[in-house]
Design a protein around this ligand. Structure first.
Ligand code: HPA
Length: 234
């Protein structure tokens, strides 16, 4: 929808953003991906420091953009990408806390579906129990690619929490087989469903909510690299 662009949050002109966008919460991680993995990256957005770049990966045009923290924030950026910039697929790369003591730090979780304590769906007029899920083709390709790359991964449900400091209730979700806790997949998947577009969330396990273990900054970087390469290969 050309007439809605640029937006109050995104300075890109219509056409400057590729049909496939990789999103990360931290704009500096976006800058890292653009500078280390893309050929000829062009910065299209700096509004609120939420950097966005378009470049090429193995000859294919791709964009990378920040989405901030939490469902309201990814809600805004992904809505505009899907509905105003005609983006077809968004792959979020992020971190999560594992909810099972045996899930290894640095391993990858593919968010097949997302539960939440958020009322984002209700706010958008979904008044029943919609189950937001990943696009199956993207999920299948991510699983196949992870196997080919030798990346240790699991696929399953995640929990998108509205509160980072909510440890009292998080472990309840583990009893339902929920693998990890993060803060955005639910909002992204709802926006994709409402726009008729595709989305996937790929998470690197940065901490374990049960054991309290955390990755060191160096280990975090390696985990991130696996996940970034996996996302770009899609
Ligand atoms: N909670 C919510 N979001 C997160 C966490 C967590 O423990 N770890 C990484 N992102």
């Amino acid at each position: 929808m050309k007439q809605n662009t640029p937006t109050p949050h995104n300075a890109a002109a219509y056409g400057e953003i590729a049909p496939t966008v990789i999103m990360a919460g931290d704009p500096l991680r976006v800058k890292f991906i653009a500078e280390n993995y893309l050929e000829n990256p062009k910065l299209y957005n700096e509004v609120r420091g939420m950097l966005g770049y378009t470049g090429f990966y193995k000859g294919k045009r791709v964009s990378v953009q920040g989405h901030g923290m939490g469902i309201p924030s990814i809600g805004i950026y992904s809505y505009e990408l899907f509905n105003f910039y005609d983006v077809e697929r968004i792959i979020r790369v992020g971190t999560c806390g594992a909810l099972d003591k045996d899930t290894k730090l640095g391993s990858v979780i593919l968010a097949q579906a997302a539960c939440s304590d958020s009322n984002y769906g209700g706010t958008l007029g979904i008044d029943r129990h919609f189950s937001p899920c990943a696009d199956f083709q993207l999920l299948r390709k991510a699983a196949e690619t992870a196997e080919r790359m030798g990346i240790d991964y699991r696929a399953g449900n995640v929990m998108s929490s509205d509160a980072f400091y909510a440890s009292a209730t998080e472990t309840d979700w583990a009893r339902l087989g929920v693998l990890g806790v993060e803060m955005e997949a639910y909002g992204l998947y709802i926006n994709a469903a409402m726009a008729g577009k595709k989305a996937l969330t790929i998470l690197s396990v940065s901490d374990n909510v049960v054991t309290g273990e955390e990755l060191s900054p160096e280990q975090r970087q390696t985990g991130l690299r696996n996940m970034i390469e996996l996302a770009l290969e899609l």
